[in-house]
Design a protein around this ligand. Structure first.
Ligand code: UDP
Length: 243
């Protein structure tokens, strides 16, 4: 499947629709690709401006989807077509929905103790027959890592969802991806929290109005400081256009 790649502040973002993204991920699974997938919003792209390792990971990722209205705006502002936002949460739901029929096995790794279990229960209720073959919370020391890798390997998932936050999840996945031997690994941030009902997503009208970032900033005050990333991103993209 061919789709354009748009360079947004040196991050190569795929200009594809949700259904194309789902097909692409499923193709990686069928090819047993050991693929690393990232979901890039404005904040992640801004982090990549000063975090060289993150930037390099995104540049070498097998797929970077446009997660967030800011990313889609940037592509358009730079003069490129980008059909729609492919939010990480929504992509995960589409993959889980298709998983029972395809026989895809999924591992939930990350978030606070109890969250991945609750997300698993939710997934099993929403997508009957889905195989969540393992769960592990995201709070661990380096001594625990060998055990976690063994646990994931033994579960033999097709899809590994890593919810450790940006950039920890991307760095962890890149570091251990060869050993993990999972066809598809995706950094999914707060997705398990939302599935578990721990964190709410913005109402649909706010998502449509491209205001989900504002909702998240207001709802989680610890994130409020991160809101400044967005205007900085807008300015930076605009300047990169002029150059
Ligand atoms: N998290 C984790 N281990 C850590 C730090 C964070 O599992 O060492 C989890 C945290 O509990 C949350 C998720 O990472 O469920 C994503 O957090 P947040 O929404 O703040 O991150 P973002 O997606 O914005 O990077």
């Amino acid at each position: 499947m061919a789709y354009p790649i748009v360079n947004i502040l040196n991050v190569p973002v795929a200009a594809l629709t949700m259904s194309e993204a789902v097909s692409k991920v499923q193709q990686f699974i069928d090819d047993k690709k050991n693929a690393l997938i990232a979901t890039a919003n404005a904040e992640m792209i801004m982090n990549a401006q000063h975090d060289e390792e993150l930037c390099e990971i995104l540049q070498s990722a097998d797929l970077v989807v446009p997660d967030g209205a800011g990313t889609v705006w940037a592509a358009h502002h730079l003069g490129y077509a980008m059909p729609e936002r492919v939010a990480g949460y929504d992509l995960v739901q589409e993959l889980l929905k298709a998983a029972p029929e395809r026989g895809d096995r999924v591992f939930f790794f990350g978030s606070a103790p109890g969250i991945a279990e609750a997300a698993k229960k939710k997934a099993e209720a929403l997508y009957p027959g889905v195989q969540i073959v393992g769960v592990r919370n995201g709070y661990f020391t380096s001594d625990d890592e060998a055990g976690i890798i063994e646990e994931i390997r033994a579960a033999e998932p097709d899809i590994l969802l890593a919810a450790l936050g940006v950039p920890k999840q991307e760095k962890w996945l890149r570091r251990y991806r060869k050993e993990l031997r999972v066809p598809v690994s995706i950094g999914v941030g707060g997705t398990l929290d939302v599935m578990a009902g721990n964190v709410r997503r913005a109402p649909k009208w706010m998502q449509k109005a491209k205001l989900e970032w504002l909702f998240r900033g207001l709802l989680q005050p610890k994130r409020a400081g991160r809101l400044v990333a967005l205007p900085k991103f807008v300015l930076r993209v605009h300047r990169s256009k002029k150059k």
